[in-house]
Design a protein around this ligand. Sequence first.
Ligand SMILES: *Cc1c(COP(=O)(O)O)cnc(C)c1O
Length: 393
Amino acid sequence: MDTKQLDNRYVLPTYARNDVEFVKGENATLWDKENKRYIDFTSGIAVVSVGHGNKRLADALCNQAKNIIHISNLYYIAPQAKAAQKVVETSGFDMQCFFGNSGAEANEGAIKIARKYGEVDGEVKRYKIITLKHSFHGRTITTVKATGQEKMHNYFGPFPDGFVYAESIDEIESLIDDHTVGVMIELVQGEGGVEPLEKEKVQRLAKVLKEKDVLLIVDEVQTGVYRTGAFLASNLYEIEPDIITLAKGVGGGVPVGIVMTSKKEVFSPGDHGSTFGGNYLSSTAVCEVVDILNEAKRSGELDETIAYFDAKLNSLYEKFTNFFEKKVGIGMMAGLRCKDAQTLQTIVQNAKEEGVMVLKAGRDTLRLLPPLTISKKEIDEGFDALDRAIGRI
Ligand SMILES: *Cc1c(COP(=O)(O)O)cnc(C)c1O
């Protein structure tokens, strides 16, 4: 049986798969089984931040794998402690980290910290968490419920109580009551349509929450680790959240989820844990990815890449304004809002045929999330293919 047949026979059908099988990758370029070349404007949904086949990351992982891959959080783990130091120091926040394995798990950790923070004398006094209607926070039972999109709550109940949905950031303050302990937001909604929140509104919200002692939880699972050009979108928005979650890009493809918080006193031994979280292998990935991207940021290379990509996206937008409402996103979390869902569907299909991989977000947004190390040549090639894909409509 070939891969497709094996998958159909043995893997649960939770994904509507594209009929492509990639066999080789090099930075932002992929080759499929038939040796067709593609430019990757998706990076595995903002995961492969340092590109495919990154030699530095691969060498670090190989060296670590030949020694210790995993022991247990019962013992001190040097790469984990170093990864925490790198993430915290780069963020500029006075925080500590907990290591898990996915975005949803990081958000679960954030919710647990907030809920425990809301306890008084062992009793939960404040437990409600406000999230946004168009948010996405994960696929576990709790994070599905934390996700504001109604269509995510179709099955799987009963869900944990205590999630309240705001129509927009403007509505959050009016929803706060005596039981509210936290507000969880994405600064640029990923799945919700690559829509950045307004900086002034976020700063005002942060101030209100501080006054009310309601925790600000920023889900940076997609925006984190230089996706927007700053290490964290929170840095770009010049806010100081109480809790931040990271995942996707932080391991460069190795599964890692991190919840970091300035509320260092909330968790005690036994309150939270993970068998795999922060093991030698995944923490080594975090150290290497953060090092690589810190260097790219410091040298100016990352900002140059982002400016180049943005200029190309602008030209494309201006050439095809009849298909698009507006350009959305920040940095390498970019998109074009299409005039209708059918146009988007056609663009995605044509793009695949022309040799560039792109994503959808929400109903009508074309989403582009290239590796942060993408070369100018790859950017040129990707946009040429996208130009042909849209031109064919
Ligand atoms: C992808 C994503 C998640 C879920 O991450 P998983 O690793 O799939 O569990 C949570 N929040 C945001 C903002 C995301 O983009």
